[in-house]
Design a protein around this ligand. Sequence first.
Ligand code: CO
Length: 134
Amino acid sequence: MIGRLNHVAIAVPDLAAAAASYKDTLGATVSAPEPIPAHGVTVVFVTLPNTKIELVHPLGEKSPIAGFLEKNPAGGIHHICYEVADILAARDQLKAKGMRVLGDGEPRIGAHGKPILFLHPKDMQGALVEIEQA
Ligand code: CO
């Protein structure tokens, strides 16, 4: 079921500094900051040859990553995203095996315009895992 690693998301307290570090220090290709109000984040996409890194920074009052940055003021890995071919089939298979899907269990449209779901970190070795229909 599990496919490619689509991205690793890193929550950062200073988006410009994080983008500069990937661009100037590591020599990566980075996008301009992209506000995604529906998700409460501003994202800089870092394109690597085999995957993407997303530098995410809170946007607005109720950002889902605000609490994470309070606990991790220097930033940190927030989630990893794996691709699946069919998100509803993947969800049903995972739930049948006892995995908890966050929210109401219905896929929503993620930062890339594709359906996504998140799995409970306690069921995934402490890592927040996103699945995205590729
Ligand atoms: Co993501």
